[in-house]
Ligand binder design. Structure first.
Ligand SMILES: [Zn+2]
Length: 110
């Protein structure tokens, strides 16, 4: 049975492209590193050939989100509980990740 309780939106991480810059390049290049690269490599990089599938949407460019308008009151209440739990879990993860980055001297990614 087809459910309309979920809807698809463009993935906010890659904005629907399904691709993201290879995390290995997330910090960019220093100009000397860029100069050391072969011109062919520079072209490939600029053409996005080193891009990888977006992790949030697995390269599909879209993610499924709950369709609030199609939900009953009980379903909305259940959703709020689930989202609250997810938010708390995400916050704990974010704190952990921020601490890890601080310790390792990393910047922020996607
Ligand atoms: Zn994505």
């Amino acid at each position: 049975m087809k459910s309309n309780k979920q809807k698809w939106i463009f993935c906010p991480c890659c904005e629907g492209s399904g691709k993201m810059e290879n995390p290995a390049f997330a910090n960019g290049f220093t100009s000397s590193e860029w100069h050391d690269m072969h011109e062919e490599e520079q072209q490939r990089y600029l053409a996005g050939e080193y891009d990888v599938d977006c992790g949030d949407c697995n390269g599909s460019g879209k993610v499924q989100v709950p369709n609030i308008e199609a939900m009953t009151f009980a379903e909305k209440r259940q959703l709020v509980i689930v989202q609250r739990e997810a938010r708390e879990a995400a916050r704990a993860d974010a704190i952990e990740a921020a601490e890890w980055r601080r310790e390792n001297g990393w910047g922020y990614g996607c």
